[in-house]
Write a protein that binds this ligand. Structure first.
Ligand SMILES: Cc1cc2nc3c(=O)[nH]c(=O)nc-3n(C[C@H](O)[C@H](O)[C@H](O)COP(=O)(O)OP(=O)(O)OC[C@H]3O[C@@H](n4cnc5c(N)ncnc54)[C@H](O)[C@@H]3O)c2cc1C
Length: 455
């Protein structure tokens, strides 16, 4: 039966769009979480147009086949992991990017990489701010579906703040357009925002209209070393009370050392923590922001606060921070956390994570979009030792429980996916979970879109 249905799908779509060979589909099974939860799809559809997405979803609805939407597969919570007996609907071939400079928007197909949108916008002196560390390898569709954050979000906001419109294919194959090139639009319910962050569980995004802003220039970067994460996070709280930097990123000692061992960026391997702060304010305002940030760091106990206005030098530090996940992955098996708290509670969160690491006897390296209170404790462990695996999983759960106890969230930007859904009710509570299920049931009554993710 499944075989017959797949043959029908192959017949519906142009040659090469549907692939079924075990070797060919292997690279579409897992995302970057590599959490072992992925199943084996009966086929992978590499759609080339919105129409093909509609045809695929209609076919899936008719045959009751689960559909896992997939962008570039860089997710860190198992959101695009394949399911047994389902299909993976990959948008990587839909790459169009068009800039409308008069409206200051980008009209983008979902498979376009974040960096491709940035580059196209830059040709018109414009900028698409959301910048996940993975911006060179992740897709806009994935960014919208997870409401991705990044490094400049502390000042410029997250993905949803830049989404003016989308086309989305619903579970029955109907395509709707929500929003448009309008900066202001309050007609009807805010359905557009419902789909942003819905992790492929409510529909498949086939087009996005993204707001652009005039390009900014980084004026200065302040890199401060601290004896401990507690001291560095106190500096973060002080800075965020006084100003809104263009970037405020934190690395702890294990992540500094991991990056240095992986590929040297010239970081101080002896520092307890490194805080990278940027200002893109103009002229005198930039100097004033730098002065304030330096003072906050020194008062919080920084052993060094170094300022550079050289973009190449600054990029070396920023890329060290961006590369932390890749570096940590080379040290063993990893579990990526993404917890966030209100900014003033950042010191409590980092202290709590250190206590969990000690209690569970695992290494937890911490990098953070600190200015947003969003941390990524990365649990590094020996995946071949069952006892170690158990301790790592325990630490993973405890970090989420800690964040909730501090009034925080289990995920600031990576999404719930499959890796974190067990903890979602603890954060949202019964009534919000029930409301969430009612929304899901209304839009996807047969539960075919990304089953097993989020809910
Ligand atoms: C080194 C590294 C650094 C990272 N840094 C950051 C960071 O700073 N900030 C951040 O937010 N994330 C970060 N991430 C996580 C990841 O890159 C983001 O979650 C990204 O938005 C995922 O995009 P993707 O195209 O890879 O999506 P995928 O992994 O393919 O999918 C992610 C989710 O989106 C859904 N989806 C994908 N496309 C569509 C679509 N067209 N319609 C409907 N649903 C869809 C999938 O079903 C899945 O639930 C990082 C990842 C890596 C590997």
């Amino acid at each position: 039966m499944a075989h017959q249905a797949v043959q029908e799908l192959i017949g519906l779509l142009p040659d090469g769009v549907v692939i079924t060979g075990p070797d060919e589909i292997e690279k579409y099974r897992e995302d970057f979480a590599h959490d072992g939860s992925a199943g084996t799809p009966i086929a992978v559809v590499r759609a080339e147009s919105a129409e093909q997405v509609q045809q695929t979803v209609r076919w899936a609805a008719e045959h009751r086949v689960p559909v896992v939407p997939r962008g570039a597969g860089t997710g860190l919570s198992g959101g695009s992991s394949a399911v047994d007996g389902g299909i993976t609907l990959c948008l990587e071939r839909m790459r169009g990017v068009e800039i409308d400079p008069a409206c200051q928007v980008a009209i983008v197909e979902p498979g376009a990489l974040n960096v491709e949108v940035k580059r196209a916008a830059a040709e018109h002196g414009l900028w698409y701010p959301p910048d996940p560390s993975s911006y060179e390898i992740c897709s806009i569709g994935g960014n919208l579906a997870t409401n991705a954050g990044g490094l400049c979000c502390v000042k410029y906001g997250v993905t949803t703040d830049y989404v003016l419109g989308i086309d989305v294919v619903l579970a029955d194959g109907t395509q709707v357009s929500l929003g448009g090139k309008r900066i202001k639009d309050v007609a009807g319910l805010s359905l557009l925002k419902l789909f942003v962050g819905s992790e492929g569980t409510l529909g498949v995004i086939t087009k996005a209209i993204l707001r652009l802003v005039p390009a900014q220039t980084v004026g200065a970067t302040v890199v401060s070393s601290f004896p401990s994460m507690t001291a560095a996070s106190r500096a973060v709280v002080a800075i965020r009370t006084l100003l809104r930097p263009a970037m405020l990123e934190l690395m702890d000692n294990p992540s500094i050392r991991a990056v240095e061992e992986w590929r040297s960026h010239g970081l101080d391997g002896a520092a307890g923590a490194l805080l990278i702060a940027q200002s893109d304010a103009p002229d005198a305002a930039c100097a004033a922001e730098v002065e304030l940030m330096r003072r906050c760091c020194e008062e919080a106990g920084a052993t060094e606060a170094f300022t550079t206005t050289d973009p190449t030098e600054a990029e070396l530090f920023v890329s060290a921070r961006r590369n932390a996940f890749h570096a940590l992955e080379t040290r063993g098996s990893v579990l990526f956390e993404d917890v966030g708290v209100p900014v003033p509670l950042l010191p409590d969160l980092v202290d709590g994570v250190a206590a969990i690491a000690a209690r569970c006897e695992v290494e937890i390296a911490v990098v953070a979009h600190a200015g947003d209170g969003n941390t990524h404790p990365v649990i590094v462990y020996d995946g071949t030792d069952p006892a170690c695996v158990d301790r790592a999983r325990k630490a993973f759960e405890e970090v989420m429980a800690l964040a909730i106890s501090l009034g925080g969230t289990i995920t600031g930007e990576h999404g719930v996916g499959r890796a974190k859904k067990g903890a979602l009710p603890d954060q949202l509570g019964e009534e919000v979970m029930a409301l969430t299920r009612r929304v899901k049931d209304a839009l996807d009554p047969d539960g075919l879109l990304n089953p097993g993710a989020v809910l």
